[in-house]
Design a binder for this molecule. Sequence first.
Ligand code: NDP
Length: 459
Amino acid sequence: MTNDGSAQTLLILGASGDLTARLLLPGLGALLAAGDAPPLTLLGAGTEDWDADRWHQRVSDAFGDHREAGPAAKTLENTRYRSADVTRPEDLRRLLEDVDGTLSIFFALPPAVTAKACEALLDVDLPKGTRLVLEKPFGTGSASAAALNRLLTRLTPEEKIHRIDHFLGKSTVLNILGLRFANRIFEPLLNSEHVAGVDLVFDEDLALEGRAGYYDKAGALADMIQSHLLQILALLTMEAPQSLDAGVFRDGTAEALRATRLWGGDPKQSSLRARYTAGKLGDRQLPDYVDEDGVDPARETETLAELVLAVDTWRWAGVPFRLRSGKAVANSRKEAVITFKEPQRLPDGLSGPDGPNRLRIGFGPDRLELDFTINGPGDPFVLDPITLRADFGPGDLPPYGEVLRGVFDDEPLLSVRGDVAEQCWRIVEPVTKAWHDGEVPIVEYPAGSDGPENSHLDV
Ligand code: NDP
């Protein structure tokens, strides 16, 4: 624990919502139970008029097995909920009356409501040192992200603003740093001289799962690629940071993303948008995406997106980075695959498979695999493919526990800096514009298949 142990308050705006129940409170429960948080007052606010018992039950259910652990039990005992319209300054002032110690405000709200709540906070005296914790999507494009950034810095300094990307709280993702910079053997090969291409894939065997309210307005590109996958890309491509000091580290990721752009500049060539049609996913029969409850077909929301990007630095020039995320795909694949160039030549007399070496970093299951070629069993002059495999140990905390620890410790390492949030929109904007203008027609793939046929992926 690096916080000084003095009292803190976490105020969740949007406390009756899905994110709070499914991810935020369970992460908080684990963090408290681990003894890694300060004494914490938990306040919840939402428009619904919940009584104390209902809120207590919500928190208790979400804390699960952690609910009895000392600090978690104490927070649970004192937690309170108030109904409020958080877009009204007078309601926000009332919520702040209950604050004890340093305040963190978590905006677990629909994005448009978050922006309004921040405007309302301009008319409220925020306690000094207040932290603002914001969820993705951060704005709807680079201009709106910039406007939101300007608004936030009128409320509190940048170092108190935590733009959450819970992928950065995943231990496997952070293992990329250890893998690259704590080993001699991989890093010297990670450049255009040796790497042919990188595939960064996050395919899910889940469909809409009743979340049309959020997802149908976001789509796969904004939900996954513009946020999470670009952060992983930055970790894969950044130069070695001198330290993990947040300033130094985030300069490194920002530099990599500033150099990132659409491969060839043409969204017709370098992007793909698709949505699922009826099909069997596991033992479930799914309808067409457009027939799912709450979906508006006129939005033409994609459930699978692909982008090919260039990271235009000395190290990576000429290496395509293929990013993809899709829903309702049979093969739930979550990994970064670095494909190396083939050896210049094989000695005459050796024969066998001529597949390339590949380094695979799996984000679930969390593992590392290295595909290479050796003289296998049998004829020693015939080569065989082999895979070395290592499992990553699980992190101590779930991603939201990790992220909240960063907030309570005033450690923004795991949150996205304002300029980086704008860069991430800048990277995808030529694509969103081309899609919006109908230049890249949406294609279809049956739910439960491997996705559309004209994929850019190499593996
Ligand atoms: P929900 O719609 O489930 O919850 C939103 C919450 O905001 C509800 O509690 C709602 O209260 C409350 N709310 C809306 N307007 C107001 C208002 N004016 N005053 C007070 N409360 C209000 O959304 P999610 O929980 O799914 O998502 C919240 C945020 O988290 C979004 O930005 C989303 O993009 C992001 N996110 C969500 C993830 C998830 O898995 N759910 C994952 C990653 C990010 P009421 O119902 O009482 O109106």
